[in-house]
Design a protein around this ligand. Sequence first.
Ligand code: NAP
Length: 569
Amino acid sequence: MTNKTQICVPLMVEDHSETLRDATLAAEHGADMVEYRVDVFFEDRSDDEKGTVEQLHDRIDRILDLVEVSPLPCIVTCRPHWEGGEYHGDDDERVALFEALGTAEKPPAYIDVELATYTRSKNIRQKINLAVNHPKQVRAVTTRLILSSHDFEGRPSDLTRKIIAMQDEPACSVVKIAYRARSIRDNLELFEILGDRQKPTIALGMGEFGLMSRILAPKFGGFLTFASLRDESTTAPGQITIDELLNLYRFRSITPTTKVYGIIGWPVTQSMSPMVHNAGFEKIGWDGVYVPMPVVADPTDEQASDASFIVTLSTLLDNERRFGFCGASITIPHKERASRYINNNFLDTPAGEEVIKIGAANTFKQDWTEISETYWVPDGSYVINSDASAIRSLLENALNRLSSRHICIIGAGGAARAAAWVALSGGAHVSVYNRTADRAERFVEVLNTDRGDGWEGSLQSISKSDAKEQVFDLYINCTPVGMTNGPDPEGLSIPIPDMGNLAPETVFFDTVYNPIETPMLKAAKERGYRTIDGVQMFVKQAEAQFEIWTGTSAPDGLFDRLVRKKLSN
Ligand code: NAP
């Protein structure tokens, strides 16, 4: 099923033929409409203090020419600087442009006028009303009016008043509201605005936190969403490209019934999870979409970070909002927070023993009972740690059995805790080396206290020289050392000994996945040891999440292919 929400590509007009080339390209990429932003193109740049009437007509004609040959239906917008645009000229000239557009032989489908301009004076209002189609129009005019309001700082305090004013105006065909989203919670209010619409409505959040409102507009009946032709041609903060919208987020398949999943973390812009999960949903025909859900954390303010996480999760789950939130990957820095709060019965969600013992969760699932197509009631939820299941499967595969094996873990953070728990619960002897020895000691103490009775393995912290001198069956790097753009991209988390000290079947496992071949894996391979790369772990943990959400195995090899291709580019 395809939705009716249109995709509009905004083009900042500077040159007639270049703009037409881009408009044709936008049509080829799948846009339904283009917006000609004539802020700069229309502005009078003559030296005269006030451009002559002829000059004004020339400038208007240039825009009429553009509209006449437009390959797609279009919106014409001349946004003044005081509403985020680049037009510094006077309002009379803009209004003259609107009048000419409305009565042109080949008029644009829409003109966009700011509510603030429209309500400035009776004279402006009357002239614009004469230029657009509306119930009281006596002439045959096809151009329709989009009344718009933008706030680049945040949610306007008079938001409701503005929406009502736009809705109540008979000449207004489409209401457009756009403001900078300060958290992903703002998207939910924008979806409510769409849900309560009295007229076709565009409701968009600007900036990184507003991305959801752009992608999910069809789920809530948005009139259109804006997407740029290229990364660098965005006309508003947070706009994504039309290719990402159509291919990564499968915009055309999003409908009111589509289930919403996402990645909760900070930052999340570089995450590969949207790529793999959306591709998987497409492959198995799952009615779902997976979007970035950035939730801010401040390392210096644990309380504020906790509050931001809890409030966001509970807002996403508020069933009254019919948001359709069915699950999330939880990543740095919220994994421990997720285990703490979810396990606190804060969400009335049982966390498995593994999540409690590891103290970190990375997957959330919410079940619902469907009352009607768009109204669901909550029906249980749970969290797991799929990093742990991914590590378990890779360790068992590499070592056949974990019992009595000697494993060296480098690092004492969340990934290290998952690895230690898995190895220890499988009966291995685990040694932990960490840059900050105290942290490793604390972690060993906690896990030794928590571990189950009768476990045959052992757990201790060791120094760097012990890690170098002792012999292990497997080494696992759980630090960001070796990671591209990390704290030590060229580094080795421990020196790799030459053959002779270790058996050739010794395994080196790096949880870092970018680059695929880290300095540690390269050095290990050069010495003939076996290796496991971080992509295998990423893929396995993502496949486990996918299966939990959809009840279907992830398509064979798909995630691995996509991630390796992406990282090789
Ligand atoms: P974390 O909780 O922040 O722990 C980071 C650990 O790395 C700490 O032990 C820290 O030591 C150590 N460390 C940080 N910078 C270091 C440096 N320059 N030199 C030596 N040690 C350093 O992070 P995490 O969640 O455990 O993640 C760790 C790594 O695992 C990440 O970088 C990520 O690449 C990888 N990971 C991969 C996957 C996957 O799917 N492939 C999944 C999860 C994690 P101190 O205690 O001394 O600060």
